[in-house]
Ligand binder design. Structure first.
Ligand code: NAD
Length: 335
């Protein structure tokens, strides 16, 4: 099948070509992000392959559908960036990669916790400059601390398991209770209780209307002063302005982000020669107790291999008219 692959980086190409054994599909790689303007590139392709920061709003979907696209193969688990109602009305099929390596993301969340706690980001720079003073690097034992996991699905459960190994007490919030988390001794509580009890809160729920700005002024008002907030899920779970205020007042003592509300204009690109226009983001970078990575939690060899292999398998299922377990059920959407 002829596939237009958008937002291609060298690593996407490497892993997709390796998974496309025997050149089964004709993959054409485009560096630009998919949006209304670049949708012209999809002309003549029955399939488009897209990533998390491609714009998959109603106009872009109409743009690709008009050019003959019938399949949208997402290289991601999340599909909050897709206008599903528009996709249904245009009769597009959407396939995704529901799980590729929950370990990759969970381990990155724990890396942020450990780095922030022991100030590794600051220590690294100090030692390189011959500054071996310890002032400002004081950490705390993770052992015995309470960690609140919001969203105890695949990634949340693995994060909980790793932190259980450190001797943390676990509290959780989810619309379903995960037996694996219960087996670790996790106590499921309401959100206000979770915020009040937790030294560290790690977000692992999807971005849906109910979770938009889950961490805002109200939630912050319920938190333990000096707590650590970690977000490796989706940027819009956090009201960044409210969190900045809480960093200034000290309610939030540490902030670790792999995702950011307005990341579409920043992440995955080298902007080191540009003036960054996002003042909210730039303010975050000035705090010594904030550590930001650019949506790299998924970025392990295992995850990229799984993403590529599942994506190629999804496209093959579609081409051969086989039911695909990774299809998003658009018929269940209300008209
Ligand atoms: P999952 O579907 O296995 O788990 C999500 C959990 O959230 C489920 O248990 C679900 O019941 C729960 N949930 C749903 N609504 C909720 C609500 N209102 N409040 C609390 N919990 C709720 O998904 P996963 O594989 O664990 O992924 C979690 C999230 O991680 C994804 O939604 C995605 O946004 C993010 N993610 C980030 C990266 C990255 O590179 N940073 C990579 C992959 C996934």
């Amino acid at each position: 099948m002829k596939v237009a692959v958008f937002s291609t980086k060298s690593y996407d190409r490497t892993f997709l070509e390796a998974a496309n054994v025997g050149g089964k599909h004709d993959l054409v790689f485009f560096e630009p992000r998919l949006n209304l303007e670049t949708s012209v590139l999809a002309a003549g392709f029955p399939a488009v392959c897209a990533f998390v920061n491609d714009s998959l709003d109603a106009k872009t979907l109409l743009g690709i559908a008009e050019k003959g696209v019938r399949l949208l193969a997402l290289r991601s688990a999340g599909f909050n960036h897709v206008d599903l109602a528009a996709a249904r009305d245009l009769d597009l099929t959407i396939l995704r990669v529901p799980a590729y390596s929950p370990y990759a993301v969970a381990e990155h969340a724990v890396a942020l916790i450990l780095s922030l706690n022991r100030r590794i980001h600051r220590a690294y720079n100090r030692v390189r400059e011959g500054n071996f003073a310890l002032d400002g690097l004081l950490g705390f034992d993770l052992h015995g601390k309470t960690v609140g996991i919001v969203g105890t699905g695949r990634i949340g459960a693995i994060t909980a398991k790793i932190l259980h190994g450190f001797g943390c007490r676990l509290v959780g919030y989810d619309v379903y209770q995960n037996p694996d988390c219960l087996a670790l001794g996790m106590e499921y509580v309401a959100l206000p209780e979770l915020f009040a009890a937790s030294d560290i809160v790690s977000l692992h729920c999807p971005l849906i209307p109910e979770t938009y700005h889950l961490i805002g002024a109200e939630a912050i008002g319920q938190m333990k002063p000096g707590m650590m907030l970690i977000n490796t899920s989706r940027g819009q779970l956090i009201d960044t302005k409210a969190v900045t205020k809480a960093l200034k007042s000290g309610i939030i003592g540490y902030l670790g982000l792999d995702v950011y509300e307005q990341e579409t204009d920043l992440f995955f690109e080298d902007l080191s020669n540009h003036v960054i226009q996002d003042d909210v983001f730039q303010r975050l970078l000035t705090f010594p107790n904030v550590l930001i990575t650019g949506h790299q939690a998924f970025f392990t060899e295992e995850a990229l291999k799984n993403i590529a292999e599942t994506t190629i398998g999804n496209i093959t299922d579609f081409e051969q008219g086989r039911p695909c377990p990774n299809q998003i059920d658009l018929d269940r959407l209300k008209k």
